[in-house]
Design a protein around this ligand. Structure first.
Ligand SMILES: Cc1cc2nc3c(=O)[nH]c(=O)nc-3n(C[C@H](O)[C@H](O)[C@H](O)COP(=O)(O)O)c2cc1C
Length: 175
């Protein structure tokens, strides 16, 4: 049974989480890279115009594995655009997959995320775990996007979130 954790991260939170999840699952960790440094303008254009950016490695790498855990941030309610080529590949060549993220969660609980994943991958993920930075911070004031964006998970938080993801995916990815 071979599992790949395929992750994208802009500011490091999902990268660190993915690395620890891959270790917990004894899975291979594949990091998605882009040829150019990503700027905020490119994020907004990708999300508005549904662009699928060029990424490395080729999404065909998924075919080497029995099941896939995609892991990356949520941007504007959707899976971050560098994950799209992999979701598209899953649509063309279906495989069991789950999706996990540590996102901001400042405005809402990303209610359209499942719909976005299903539309792009052609099937619902077997598990969807959207963890929120807002739930890790004191709730005595309204969080700003600036605070959320500047937040970097501590090792203790990573360990806690890894446990949540592991418990949610182990039953569906090991079959
Ligand atoms: C342009 C942009 C849009 C974002 N939109 C959302 C959103 O819709 N929902 C959410 O929960 N978090 C949102 N976030 C917050 C990120 O998901 C959060 O900061 C995440 O931990 C970043 O992951 P990374 O460090 O792996 O890049 C957004 C961040 C950016 C930069």
């Amino acid at each position: 049974m071979s599992i790949a954790v395929v992750s994208y991260s802009l500011t490091g939170n999902n990268e660190r989480l993915a690395s620890a999840v891959a270790e917990a699952l004894s899975a291979e960790h594949i990091r998605i890279a882009e040829p150019k440094v990503r700027k905020m303008g490119a994020i907004i254009l990708d999300m508005i115009f549904h662009r699928t950016p060029e990424v490395q490695p080729s999404p065909a790498v998924l075919e080497k594995y029995d099941s896939i855990l995609l892991l990356g941030p949520v941007w504007m309610g959707q899976a971050a655009s560098p994950l799209r080529a992999y979701l598209k590949h899953l649509k063309a060549a279906p495989q069991p997959f789950a999706f996990a993220s540590v996102s901001g969660g400042a405005l809402n609980a990303n209610p359209k995320l499942m719909e976005d994943l299903e539309k792009r991958a052609g099937a619902k993920p077997m598990a969807l775990i959207d963890l929120h930075i807002a739930d890790l911070l004191p709730s005595d004031h309204k969080l700003t996007m600036k605070e959320i964006s500047a937040y970097r998970l501590s090792s203790t938080e990573i360990a806690k979130l890894v446990g949540v993801i592991f418990d949610s995916v182990k039953g569906v990815l090991y079959r």
